[in-house]
Design a protein. Sequence first.
Length: 208
Amino acid sequence: MKGIKRVPESFFDREPRTVSRELLGKVLIRNSPHTPLRGRIVEVEAYLGTDDLAAHAAAGLTARTAVIFGPPGRAYVYFIYGVHYCLNFSCLPSGEAGCVLIRALEPLAGLEAMAAARGMDTDRLTTTAGRKQLTSGPGRLCQAFGITRERDNGKNVTSSNSDLRVMDDGFIGGKIKETARIGIRKSADLPLRYFLEGNTFVSGNRSG
DNA sequence: CAACCGATCACCT
DNA sequence: GGTGATCGGTTGC
């Protein structure tokens, strides 16, 4: 794997908004023995500390939110609507809350395994619309990468010991667009959603 | 201990 | 564009 660099833990030891912008274009990697999975991060949302009423951290430090208040660069995985998992990365040092929700990936490698994990026919991978179904949306990308709370919550995504990692392949993203976050009711007006403008794999209909 | 609610998706019209 | 599925975490009684 040439030209691919690890992302240091200090990358995540910053404000969620800063981490959000710089995460765009980075690569999420699942190292499973037979089929490594890779996807480029194209859409994220920042969730702030106890002041951000839309953030789980607003509930304070509980067993559920411990990862958000813990060290930076850890996977915070939660279960939502009784159906889906969502993947976040913790930001800021221990004792301070903040995280970034991963909302969409552009699939790069292991697409057939992702389709299998999602129960999709591999025939659909021949079209862009079909490939978009793999990882466009927080619940979808978790299913494609086999991400669950039981398996991944608390993992250090900057550690070479982890099978779930964030890497930098040198990709230079285009223009970053900011909008309000999706699917929340509280603090819904804050512009904390970030995505690569024009990228096909951004969730929803909006890509520019 | 019971009730409530949600950082979603797939399928329906 | 509308809505049901489905369940863990939190809160209030």
